[in-house]
Design a binder for this molecule. Structure first.
Ligand code: GRF
Length: 205
């Protein structure tokens, strides 16, 4: 059975979508652990409610230097086949990305390469989208690379922006398209039926 490690900082609705897809058989894998950088992440409760090990590795003044070493150690323990960043609010350093090259995927709430990169996360993304006057937005699932939000794109889904939309309403509606996008991407990546050419992910027929 393939093993998925999920990293999440918040509510964990994307984690929940993965748990549900495993339960229904549309993802053929198991979640070996959920790691959070916050003790109070609801994602950890979702994990434990489903009998999945959930662990918080929190950055403090004391462990500031060694934080990412400790995170890498924990990430390596279960030897995961795939690592899913499902709303993980820390940027992984190069040495972690390199350790799991093309085995880490991230979900981002915009149509990359627009509205991504350092400083554009969470509600900041949706506010920037609204302020730009764009008429469409969406979500992107991509491989994590050394370039923040710049790795090869696996899947994107789009959504119209209405005149009445706010950053909050976009965030809410985007979650609804994120869940199937993430589930589909995980299945595709686990099938191993693709190759990466530069920034492109090419799926074999
Ligand atoms: C999602 O919008 C995802 O794109 C972003 O963080 C959010 C996580 O939401 N990276 P949730 O915790 O899965 O509900």
């Amino acid at each position: 059975m393939k093993k998925i490690l999920v990293l999440a900082s918040g509510n964990g609705t994307n984690l929940q979508a993965v748990i549900d897809a495993i339960d229904s058989g549309s993802i053929k894998a198991e979640i070996c652990e959920v790691i959070s950088d916050r003790e109070d992440a609801y994602a950890l409760i979702r994990a434990r409610n489903h009998g999945i090990e959930g662990r918080a590795i929190v950055r403090t003044e004391e462990n500031r230097e060694g934080y990412f070493d400790a995170l890498l150690k924990e990430m390596s323990l279960k030897d995961p086949d795939l690592i899913v960043l499902a709303g993980f609010m820390k940027i992984l350093p190069d040495f972690i990305i390199n350790e799991f090259r093309n085995r880490i995927i991230n979900i981002h709430p915009s149509l990359l390469p627009c509205f991504g990169g350092k400083g554009l996360y969470g509600m900041k993304v949706h506010r920037a989208v609204i302020d730009s006057g764009a008429r469409v937005t969406g979500c992107t699932v991509h491989f994590a690379s050394n370039d923040v939000d710049g790795g090869p794109i696996i899947e994107q889904r789009t959504m119209d922006i209405f005149d009445t939309d706010t950053a909050e309403s976009l965030a809410e509606r985007i979650h609804q398209i994120e869940h199937p996008a993430l589930v589909t991407s995980i299945s595709l990546v686990l099938e191993d039926n693709y190759r990466i050419e530069g920034k492109r992910v090419i799926f074999k027929k």
